[in-house]
Design a binder for this molecule. Structure first.
Ligand code: NAD
Length: 246
């Protein structure tokens, strides 16, 4: 039985989709302190309320735009003040859009990379400092199957940013290893969330015959966050219903 008792976690992008599913999964597995963060505070509060109703675990909701290093540092400081330590960080905040080669502007390119790569890095670094001092921790970053396939309908900034997440994770895992900080990636395929509502995928094209759910991804995140994964770092778990085989 997986347990996260005595552990403290920060989950970004927790207002909905995969982030909310991870928060619920952690609450169901007895997380001691759950810090939920997102740029959409109203949705975050609503999600936290639903999780509390189901599990009795009350997540602390902190608004944060992860693009800003100062906000990342403030988030980690507030989490530390509330919980005394930070064992787990799950980076689910992310953006994507549909579009072709000639449709993306310079500002849109920067927006995607600011959130998916830069913000993720600065939040990892802020948490890493705390983890280093306390003797360890673990970070799980959300990449995407698109990082390896180049994406199906998303514009080119998205798969490129998610490929950067794969490499950044390995870089952080290398420096974290001697400090007992594990850093891994979960790479989803087609997951039914707000992000993919307009994608129009036919579930029949997925070998397992359906789109994934947030809970499917959260299961892999839970494993990596647990002590059962204590010898795993710099790795990537694919959660894609077999879509990488086609
Ligand atoms: N849904 C999929 O099929 C799929 C596939 C592969 C990878 N992913 C990745 O998984 C992660 C979660 O995706 P999802 O499907 O749950 O998407 P989602 O759109 O449902 O959730 C993403 C969350 O990130 C938040 N966010 C956006 N910008 C932010 C910012 N600047 N600061 C803080 N929060 C911000 C949003 O408010 C939202 O709640 C993303 O990184 C996404 O790229 C999703």
């Amino acid at each position: 039985m997986f347990t996260l008792e005595n552990k403290t976690a920060i989950i970004t992008g927790a207002a909905g989709g995969i982030g909310a599913a991870c928060a619920l999964m952690f609450a169901r597995h007895g997380i001691k302190t759950l810090i939920m963060t997102d740029v959409r505070k109203e949705n975050l509060d609503k999600t936290a309320g639903e999780i509390e109703k189901e599990t009795g675990i009350k997540g602390a909701c902190i608004a944060c735009d992860i693009r800003r290093e100062a906000e990342d540092e403030a988030l980690v400081a507030e989490a530390l003040q509330k919980a005394g330590r930070i064992d787990i960080v799950v980076n689910c905040a992310g953006v994507s859009r549909m579009g072709g080669l000639y449709e993306i502007s310079e500002d849109q390119w920067d927006f995607t990379f600011d959130i998916n790569v830069k913000g993720l890095f600065f939040l990892c670094r802020a948490a890493y400092r705390v983890m280093e001092k306390q003797g360890g921790g673990c970070i799980i970053n959300l990449s995407s199957q698109a990082a390896r396939s180049g994406g199906l309908v998303v514009s080119p900034d998205y798969p490129s940013s998610k490929a950067a997440v794969l490499t950044l994770t390995k870089s952080l895992a290398k420096s974290g290893a001697a400090r007992n900080i594990r850093v891994n990636t979960v790479s989803p395929g087609l997951i039914a969330t707000e992000m993919t509502t307009t994608f129009g995928y036919d579930p029949k094209t997925v070998p397992l015959g359906r789109l994934g759910s947030g809970a499917d991804v959260a299961g892999a995140v839970l494993f990596l966050a647990s002590d059962y994964a204590s010898y795993i770092t710099g790795a990537c778990i694919d959660v894609n219903g077999g879509i990488a085989m086609i």
